[in-house]
Design a protein around this ligand. Structure first.
Ligand code: SF4
Length: 389
């Protein structure tokens, strides 16, 4: 497991040759994390460049400069760095999960070989990393004003909670709405408002306003809507380009998607010291529920995938969609455990492996067939219950 180091360099060993006022910061694109990162980094006075959201061009750059068998998130991250460096970035932020230290080194080496000069600041993604995170932000900004840190963390956190609330409501309302597209328009409207809100007070009030606004959308409360957990590797779950907007596909097929990994949950978990946890964390619950199938975490989101599948099966979830990047070792392990879980816990599971070759049309056909099966199973259960009564 990668220790609290920066790509095997401690904070004190990071590149100090770039003057603070000349630093231009970039990070890889992944779903909505930009809303929070932008708020945080800009409030401590650092300059930012942002690559475009992941797209075909990024994929081509990533594929061209990576070894063939490496996973899709690595390729897209690398492409984001290249695009940012081309736009003038000199300080790259890297989010590193336990066990992915080699990826960091590989990306650094590749970018250096391509002739780029930069400083890479690495964030270790697991548990209680507030001190390390503050040090990293100090390293890139030398900001002495505590209010700016407070403002950055407060607005960043509240934006993450706000957008994740909007996403959860979108997933709930989309399959139930009376006027097709209402939930999507409401979500897009709030994305812009969240982006444009900069004050601490304004950001604090976002979540409540979002809930009130989504509640106004007319829905059919009696519609039979199967619930499906969307599980898998962190990056593909959060990045709509990489997962081919699977949540929208499922929602349009009349399914309520319940994604188990959200950026705000992770943020809270990573930054908050563990002594402040009052309740069982998502990860702890996963470890508990996965116990019958695997004894310890092996990196990535493997234990979350297995634990959430068991939890979902025992708590009224109708099906599981497991998405993973091609060649992702932790998810390959999960993929091999899931057939047993599916059989023992009586829950249908759809496996989707994603890479640059994956066509959307083929996946949609498989998703449609799977949802058909899930719906028929749900109807059978409802009819059986009716007969019993
Ligand atoms: S967890 Fe899997 S997809 Fe994610 S970086 Fe590691 S190998 Fe790649």
């Amino acid at each position: 497991m990668a220790k609290a180091q920066e790509g095997n360099r401690t904070i004190s060993q990071l590149d100090k040759t770039i003057p603070t006022n000349k630093r231009v910061i970039a990070w890889p694109r992944m779903g909505n994390i930009d809303l929070s990162m932008e708020a945080l980094v800009s409030s401590i006075g650092a300059k930012i460049v942002m690559p475009p959201p992941n797209n075909k061009e990024a994929l081509e750059i990533g594929v061209k400069n990576s070894i063939e068998g490496i996973c899709l998130p690595y390729k897209l991250n690398l492409a984001n760095y290249v695009m940012s460096l081309e736009k003038g970035a000199n300080t790259l932020m890297m989010f590193q999960a336990p066990g992915s230290g080699n990826y960091t080194k590989m990306a650094q080496k590749t970018l250096k070989k391509m002739g780029y000069k930069f400083d890479m600041v690495v964030f270790d993604m697991y548990q209680s990393k507030m001190k390390q995170t503050l040090k990293a932000f100090w390293h890139v900004s030398h900001c002495l004003n505590p209010y700016r840190y407070y403002k950055g963390f407060s607005t960043g956190f509240n934006k993450a909670f706000a957008i994740d609330t909007a996403e959860r409501l979108l997933f709930y309302i989309r399959p139930r709405e009376l006027n097709k597209g209402d939930a999507e328009s409401c979500y897009k409207k709030w994305y812009k408002i969240i982006h444009d809100t900069t004050s601490v007070l304004g950001c604090k009030g976002l979540k409540k306003r979002i809930i009130e606004d989504f509640k106004k959308i007319p829905i059919d409360k009696n519609r039979i809507v199967p619930k499906v957990y969307l599980l898998g590797e962190f990056f593909v779950l959060l990045d709509p380009f990489t997962n081919q907007e699977i949540e929208k596909t499922l929602g349009d097929l009349g399914v309520e998607v319940q994604r188990q990994i959200f950026f705000s949950d992770w943020l809270e978990h990573v930054l908050q010291p563990s002594i402040f946890y009052k309740k069982e964390s998502h990860r702890q619950r996963c470890v508990r529920y996965a116990e019958d199938y695997m004894k310890r975490a092996i990196g990535g989101e493997c234990i979350e995938t297995v634990g959430d599948t068991v939890y979902g099966a025992r708590n009224g979830i109708d099906g599981i969609v497991h998405i993973m990047p091609f060649s992702c070792m932790p998810e390959i392990v999960a993929q091999n455990i899931l057939p047993k879980v599916s059989k023992n816990e009586d829950i249908p599971i759809l496996e989707l492996v994603l890479d640059e070759q994956t066509g959307k049309a083929g996946n949609i056909t498989r998703i449609e067939a799977f949802i058909d099966l899930v719906k028929r199973k749900k109807m059978r259960q409802i009819n059986n219950k009716k007969e019993e009564n």
